[in-house]
Design a protein around this ligand. Structure first.
Ligand SMILES: [Zn+2]
Length: 382
């Protein structure tokens, strides 16, 4: 049955099901929340429910309408994304007809990817914004009488990509909503939308997913191993898309780099530490640094688990971790983890990366070598 394709998001699913059952679906929704938590997936399922021929709250997956949505080829449903600008494209031109053959083929390919898997991230070269012509096309189609039962649904994915002209054009549609039409905007940057657009939509917050939800989905959908799925889930900040990107990354490599950093940070050679950090950061940007620091947090998390003799995350045979736990038997690992959290916050504030890592090394050394048993300030680690 429907909604299964959406990972977690129980609250939002219930909200939509109630609205569907009561026939009180809004003219326009704005689904907002972090990237990769399933906003497009929710939008597509709502579109499917609004058009299912058998079950108005729980799309059946089997009727002709449900199947057409599955391939994103339903005449009632449009998935609007940023597109490249055509050569000498003018306002009023067909937004797709102005593209080159290659661009059209790329667009088809990406939409097919989204249809197969609602967590697929559409990437189109030179697609820098949602064009006003795409919104004009939407307005035109919305004004036509549908030739199929059900509602017309327009999903504007990453709606913050609309340029000013497109936003203003959409605003007109929101001000005079066409009958039997539902607009669903999704965004991870709500603050970049016009306040007038936000105020005309029903706001639906999509929460970060739990580690459990992400890990299960990685195992069941992508056939990942339980152990790697767990670690990726911990590192991904509630985003299924980020977790998926991580498992395809080399997590073992990441972890061994973290071990190397800890050795240097806790060692006695400031020179090796500085050159180590320099080397580490030569090909590292903000995102990689953050991922790296998250992996360090997982390390401390696993160390805590191992110390408590709980089964850690796939690391029980990890000799490095065992040695670490024995050596720092009385150290305040939660405080160490909190120090890493502080560093992650600094990365977010664009602080100079080498400074962050040097500062963190000093802090970790202080925390881990603090005389044990650790004093009452234990309680302040949060
Ligand atoms: Zn159906």
């Amino acid at each position: 049955m429907g909604w299964k394709k959406v990972i977690g998001q129980k609250r939002v699913k219930e909200l939509f099901k109630r609205a569907l059952a009561a026939g009180q679906v809004a003219h326009a929704y704005l689904l907002f929340g972090e990237e990769g938590v399933g906003k497009d997936a929710l939008a597509l399922e709502l579109a499917r429910a609004l058009n299912c021929e058998r079950n108005p709250t729980d799309p059946c997956d089997e009727c002709p309408s449900c199947r057409r949505v599955e391939t994103l080829q339903h005449p009632n449903i449009r998935f609007v994304v940023a597109l490249p600008t055509g050569k000498s494209e003018k306002t009023g031109d067909d937004p797709v007809a102005v593209l080159t053959e290659d661009q059209v083929a790329a667009l088809r390919h990406e939409l097919a990817g989204k249809a197969r898997d609602p967590y697929y991230r559409i990437v189109l070269e030179k697609a820098n914004f949602i064009k006003v012509n795409s919104v004009r096309e939407l307005r035109r189609e919305a004004s036509l009488t549908g030739f199929l039962a059900g509602k017309k649904v327009f999903i504007i994915s990453d709606a913050e990509m609309m340029n000013t002209e497109a936003s203003n054009s959409l605003l007109k549609t929101l001000e005079e909503p066409p009958v039997d039409t539902v607009l669903i905007l999704t965004t991870s940057r709500k603050d970049q939308l016009l306040p007038t657009i936000i105020s005309r939509c029903q706001l639906v917050r999509c929460e970060a997913l739990t580690e459990e939800e992400i890990a299960t989905a990685l195992v069941e959908r992508d056939g990942r191993m339980e152990s790697e799925a767990r670690v990726a889930a911990q590192l991904s900040n509630g985003s299924f898309v980020a977790a998926r990107a991580l498992v395809s990354d080399d997590m073992v490599r990441l972890r061994s780099e973290v071990v190397r950093f800890l050795r240097l940070a806790l060692g006695n050679s400031p020179t090796s530490l500085l050159s180590g950090i320099e080397e580490m950061l030569t090909s590292t940007d903000k995102t990689t640094s953050e991922r790296w620091l998250r992996m360090l947090q997982v390390w401390f998390h696993d160390a805590v688990a191992l110390r408590a003799q709980k089964s850690g995350t796939a690391t029980e045979q990890n000799a490095d971790l065992r040695k670490f736990v024995q050596r720092f038997a009385g150290a305040d690992l939660l405080k160490a983890s909190a120090a890493v959290e502080g560093s992650i916050a600094l990365v977010g504030k664009n602080v100079y990366l080498p400074l962050i890592f040097i500062g963190l090394s000093v802090d970790l050394k202080k925390i881990l070598y603090a005389p044990s048993p650790v004093s009452l300030e234990n309680n302040e680690t949060a």
